[in-house]
Design a binder for this molecule. Sequence first.
Ligand code: PLP
Length: 423
Amino acid sequence: MLERSRSQAAFERAQRVLPGGVNSPARAFEAVGGNPLVIESGSGARIRDIDGNEYIDLVLSWGPLIRGHAHPAVLAELQQAAARGTSFGAPCEAETRLAELVVERVPSVELVRFVNSGTEATMSAVRLARGVTGRDAILKFAGCWHGHADSFLIAAGSSALSLGTPDSPGVPSDFARHTLVAPYNDAEAVAALLAKHEVAAVIVEPVAGNMGCIPPAEGFLEALRALCDRHGSCLIFDEVITGFRVAPGGAQERYGVEPDLTTLGKTIGGGLPVGAFGGGRKWMENISPLGMRVSQAGTLSGNPLAMAAGHATLADLVAADYTRLEAIGAQLAEGLKEAPVPVQVQRVGSMMTLFFSDVPVLDLETSSASDGKRFATWHRAMLERGVYLPPSPFEAFFVSLAHTPEDIDAILAAHREAVGELA
Ligand SMILES: *Cc1c(COP(=O)(O)O)cnc(C)c1O
């Protein structure tokens, strides 16, 4: 057993002033039991809790840290930016530099607006789609998570799933009725809904990450593209996880399907709070102060520190880095498949999930049918052996460029012992 007395005391103290002791429910350990770790520091592929225990980190702040914790190049740019002042609320060159990088890499994006979180990005993209199309309804997929704006808290994934509240109290039913829901990977259901309703936008995680990692079925994204074209709906790829992660230009590059609007977050900020939405001029030239002046604003948007961290994280990534992420991801996924109980390890590049399931996971129904008790046992056993995983069976985990083949060997050695406890 690892020593956790300081973490325990710190978490109890936190619970007296923070609801549940956390600032995001995904961090709670309800689905796996025990208390969250209280983190002191991170370096490369490792984090350390305040009791001094070290863990190989497969959460990476839920994805952003594609180069690992406290990367020297990122820290250097951040320090230089901070010395010049932390915020101006006026244009700065750092935001144009990061915007140029986004436009260069993400195939469908010609103009981009920075915001401060993924939630803001999806919320704003949907408003833009509604403004331009003049329609109210949107279509999302069961188990996909697009942040916590009202329109998306219908059959939502991520923490809503692990805490068993896919439909949140507090969302007015008048809002909820504008959100249509289809099963993931089911293009026929989408076709039927779009034929019946006037839909402003279809929003999708092009690789689902928030009910565990579920790749798009062959032809699914292409079908969404064709259906949106036929019915005049805006296709939004929510690439908050997949952007810069599954390929330099995200899932739209990897699968060769271009959405109308793209939402970004997580990796784009390199560990600072950043989101973004972008797309073709036809759409983006209607956001305020342009065109139809669809409203969107943010005091700290394009913040120079956040822009510097994002740029420092992404600018030097080259094709060879993605080849390495792919190889490290494959090494981990192959090793995780070895278990005495049925498992499905589903991976796209450096994002993956181990499901305790005897059938491939294609949608929310098959994801929910996986064995959560086995996951909780495995999670605890891995944590005891120094491997930090997301505390829920409905999340993706990640490797970074800081993870070495030796780190993966150490994770797999822990895994062989941990799954032994399940047999
Ligand atoms: C994390 C996430 C969001 C929300 O981003 P926040 O920064 O947490 O608001 C939106 N969409 C997807 C696909 C995500 O994974």
